[in-house]
Design a protein around this ligand. Structure first.
Ligand code: ATP
Length: 623
């Protein structure tokens, strides 16, 4: 029987003496390891349970867990097979949960070694436990196993992980780092120089994330971990856990909002909240250990982090990172998964989630393919189990076209940095276009009108209560206090209504998408949805601009489709005029909803999540 090299490496690394409070506890298990002579025993079959669908014992122990890391530890403890199963794929390599944990323990060691320095520079005001006492650890890495190990290692150490965007310009990165008082930055070789220099500027420590070892290509990934290695790694984690007990209420994560309506705010999530959220998503969307996710989203927002990473890992699914979204790459990956001969590859993708712009771009790519490739692509996409969309409104024409091409009626859901996901169309049942469905399990939603009273069917502000609600805005106690109404419901700032069957309709951000025109309150999202039905329109953003007579006037910024642009260039005329748009809109929109100003642009400025910052656009247009 083979001994797994990575696991032996992990054990060797675990023998590194710690200069931290947990060192003594940990050394007990390292002594045990020193005495073990064989790593080749397999665990008894009763421990070889299925990762997610296993029945009694894993489930019941999981229910007693208060943190995501406790769940990871439980799963690892309950079966060596689980530790050896592929959890992540990236750059043509596969990584098991065991590899991730082993690397997380390395990160723990790094943080232990720099413990005093980290604590010195960590600020008060956060009630964390563990040896890091809630110090913020910035994680700057592309979507990769190193990123995941960085988060796990931070959590094991009692730190608060702050995933940072690689796309941020230096000023913004510095703003977030200074705002969250980062004590230490963990990054990878690729970003070494810039991160080292930035860490100096914000007086933070800096360290490289250790490389995560991958499963050797020829190794059967189902081969169980040797029992002694598995139990040694587990007992070390248990030691850490005993002496470094992290509580469910402790802060675990700070994520920054997209900044669509103002300067990004740091949102603090607890361990308990994170665990609740992954359980809610697993239950609602049927995530399972057979699932394989193709992940092409940034990891500093909830969509990429929870929906496409934490919840799949919790469910025992495989997450395959495609760090740079590529239209061609996604279609190709689906075609490889399901070659057009009724076969399915072992690594076939089953779940995909994206923002509306991702689906728009995938359709553009599809339109550029030859008929054979189109048919192979449609066939392959149809075989996936689930395709989801969210983070901004999914326009009806896009939803319809996607369904024609792939057979998938996209599951649209609604979420926010502050509570992750709250409303969703169903996995089974009617997915209603133009709506974001109903509250997820254990989530409560109510609509509060301007006078402060609740309405069951009218228009008002959506308020959410959920076990996954954030703890607070980082260092903004007044803003936190103002964001809640009685009973602990969070005010989302989104104006919504419901249809006759209780499906929620998002009318938009109250302070960016709700326009006040001549006494009417209008939803920019509703008008955008109609304009997108026009043959010429590829993308659009509708917003209100100040006007003396009407309060605001409706302005539409339209990105025309390529063919329309070409036709217009040939005829030396604009792709669309305001007159033409007005006449086309007459039987689709009430007269007071028809835009009175039109701009034709080549593209819309979007952030990493594909969102348009209307506040910035307004400033630009007003100027
Ligand atoms: N399916 C959806 N349809 C319409 N809007 C959505 C949908 N999903 C999310 N959103 C919008 O995204 C918002 C949440 O995004 P996020 O938490 O990133 O904050 P933001 O509003 O973009 O930024 P900030 O809070 O900094 O202004 C929601 O409040 C809502 O306006």
């Amino acid at each position: 029987m083979r001994t797994q090299a990575w696991a032996r490496g992990a054990v060797a690394r675990l023998m590194t003496p710690f200069n931290c409070p947990t060192a003594h506890a940990s050394s007990t298990s390292t002594h045990l390891l020193l005495r073990s002579s064989s790593y080749c025993l397999h665990l008894p079959s009763r421990f070889r349970r299925h990762f997610a669908s296993d029945s009694s014992s894993v489930d019941s122990t999981r229910q007693n867990c208060h943190t995501f890391m406790e769940v990871v530890q439980e799963v690892f403890k309950h079966g060596s097979e689980h530790g050896a199963r592929v959890a992540i794929r990236a750059d043509q390599k596969s990584y098991s949960l065991g590899h991730l944990i082993s690397s997380a323990l390395d990160v723990y060691n790094i943080l232990c070694r720099k413990n005093d320095a980290i604590k010195d520079s960590s600020i008060k005001g956060i009630n964390g436990t563990g040896f890091l006492c809630g110090a913020r650890i910035g994680i700057v890495a592309k979507p990769s196993p190193e990123f995941v190990a960085g988060i796990f290692g931070t959590w094991l150490s009692g730190g608060v992980a702050v995933p940072l965007a690689l796309s941020y310009p230096e000023v913004e990165l510095l703003h977030v780092m200074n705002d969250s008082d980062i004590s230490m930055i963990l990054s990878t070789k690729e970003h070494h120089d810039i991160m080292e220099s930035i860490s100096t500027k914000c007086s933070a420590r800096y360290s490289l994330l250790p490389d995560v070892e991958s499963i050797p290509p020829k190794m059967d990934f189902q081969e169980p971990l040797s029992s002694e290695v598995a139990s040694s790694v587990y007992s070390l984690m248990a030691d850490i856990d005993r002496s470094n007990k992290i509580k469910g209420d402790d802060p675990a994560l700070i994520l920054y909002t997209s900044g669509t309506t103002g300067k990004p705010k740091g949102v603090v999530h607890t361990h308990k909240g994170i665990l609740s959220q992954v359980q809610i998503l697993t239950e609602a969307w049927g995530y399972q250990s057979e699932d394989q996710f193709l992940h092409c989203l940034p990891l500093h927002h909830v969509h990429g982090l929870f929906n496409a990473l934490f919840a799949p890992l919790y469910s025992g699914s495989v997450v395959e990172f495609m760090p740079k979204f590529s239209v061609r790459g996604v279609w190709q990956r689906w075609r490889e998964s399901y070659p057009n001969d009724a076969s399915k590859s072992d690594e076939a993708i089953t779940v995909f989630t994206g923002v509306p712009t991702v689906y728009t771009r995938l359709l553009q790519g599809y339109d550029g393919m030859d008929p054979d490739q189109q048919s192979a692509s449609s066939y392959a996409a149809k075989q996936l189990r689930l395709m989801m969309c969210g983070s901004s409104a999914l326009p009806s024409p896009l939803m319809k076209r996607w369904e024609e091409v792939t057979g998938h009626r996209l599951l649209e859901r609604y979420g926010m940095t502050e509570f992750v996901m709250a409303l969703s169309n169903p996995l089974h049942g009617v997915r209603r276009e133009g709506t974001v469905g109903k509250p997820l399990p254990r989530v409560e939603a109510k609509i509060i009108m301007e006078d402060g009273t609740e309405t069951k069917a009218g228009v008002g502000e959506l308020c959410i209560r959920s076990p996954s609600l954030f703890k607070e805005y980082w260092k903004r106690p007044e803003v936190t206090a103002e964001s809640f109404i009685d009973g602990g419901f969070f005010k989302t700032g989104d104006t919504v209504t419901v249809d006759d069957d209780g499906y929620f309709i998002i009318l938009g951000r109250t302070n960016a998408d709700i326009m006040k025109v001549g006494g009417y309150k209008l939803s920019a999202l509703e008008i955008e949805a109609v304009l997108l039905e026009h043959d010429t329109v590829l993308e659009c953003a509708v917003l209100g601009l100040p006007d003396e007579a009407y309060g605001e006037i409706i302005c539409a910024i339209i990105v025309p489709k390529e063919e329309a642009k070409k036709r217009a260039e040939q005829g030396s005329k604009p792709a669309l005029t305001l007159e033409a748009l007005t006449s086309w809109s007459k039987d689709k929109l009430a007269p007071y909803k028809i835009p009175t100003r039109l701009y034709l642009w080549d593209s819309l400025p979007r952030n990493a999540m594909g969102k348009v910052n209307k506040k910035e656009l307004k400033k630009l247009l007003e100027a």
